[in-house]
Design a protein around this ligand. Structure first.
Ligand code: OAD
Length: 253
């Protein structure tokens, strides 16, 4: 049950989400939490409360122990494949049909926005279900991965290279074209919704402020305060599923 304050904010935000609205959503791992995928930095449950990123999510970690890194990602892939989109993902799909345009810019690598039916999704940090050659970065056919008994499978493209997950590791650049498209969308949107991100990992963390500086309404959805909160016009302190459902319900006739 939503409290009156959140209900009021949902209604006020909805007033900005008419047919002319251009919406950019920046999502982080909190968006997938209600689908059962752990966040990174939540105390106790966050991935980085149990593992050190430098052991598992850097190019150096993969060079040092490719088998360990590959197995860890295989384990996470199983979790992602078992997960289902939740009511918040579906609310964004309904919102897309009601406004002039909506783009989801996500730091998540789980593909849940696409699976729920969002039409335009920019993956800033890649996708855990894809594999690429560790040297050439060419995509590798999933059938090749499945047929290989090795961990990691060898790359079919370059001798001596391996398959690796198509995700951005610490120390690696974000895909340039995707980032450019995200920046363009944020600089031209009328409403920016930052949902489920701690807003501490750059460059993604700085993106909602681009929208704000360009005149957009900035809405944060997160049960916790973040460095972004002080710039937001509205902070809905609820889980993504509840807040997005309420906000989109307030837009519906
Ligand atoms: P974090 O784990 O840093 O932050 C998750 C945020 O989600 C926190 O602010 C939580 O309060 C919030 N949260 C938790 N449950 C929620 C819910 N049900 N609804 C809404 N919000 C909720 O995750 P990210 O901000 O996504 O990068 O982290 C950014 C990047 O750091 C990730 O993409 C990953 C990570 O290391 C790489 O691996 C390169």
């Amino acid at each position: 049950m939503l409290n009156d304050e959140t209900q009021r904010m949902a209604r006020e935000v909805a007033a900005h989400l008419g047919p002319q609205a251009t919406v950019a959503v920046l999502s982080g791992s909190g968006m997938s939490a209600e689908s059962g995928i752990p966040t990174f930095r939540d105390a106790q449950t966050g991935i980085w409360s149990k593992f050190r990123p430098e052991d598992l999510a850097t190019p150096a970690a993969f060079t040092r122990d490719p088998g360990k890194v590959w197995r860890w990602y295989q384990h996470r892939r199983k979790g992602v494949m078992a997960a289902q989109p939740h009511a918040g993902h579906r609310a964004l799909v309904r919102l897309e049909a009601m406004v002039a345009s909506l783009v989801v810019i996500t730091q998540n690598v789980d593909g849940l926005h696409q699976r729920s039916g969002s039409g335009r999704v920019l993956e800033l940090h890649g996708n855990i279900l894809r594999s690429v050659c560790s040297t050439s970065r060419r995509l590798i056919d999933p059938a090749w991965i499945a047929a290989s008994g090795q961990q990691p499978p060898p790359s079919p493209h370059i001798n001596g290279a391996y398959a690796r997950p198509d995700v951005v590791w610490f120390g690696e650049a974000l895909p340039g074209l995707v980032l450019d498209e995200a920046v363009a969308a944020l600089e031209s949107c009328s409403v920016c919704i930052a949902v489920g991100t701690s807003a501490v990992v750059q460059p993604a963390a700085g993106l909602p402020r681009l929208a704000k500086r360009s005149g957009a309404l900035l809405v944060e959805i997160n049960p916790q305060r973040t460095p972004l909160s002080r710039y937001a016009d509205y902070c809905l302190r609820e889980p993504a599923g509840i807040a997005l459902t309420a906000m989109v319900a307030a837009c519906e006739p």
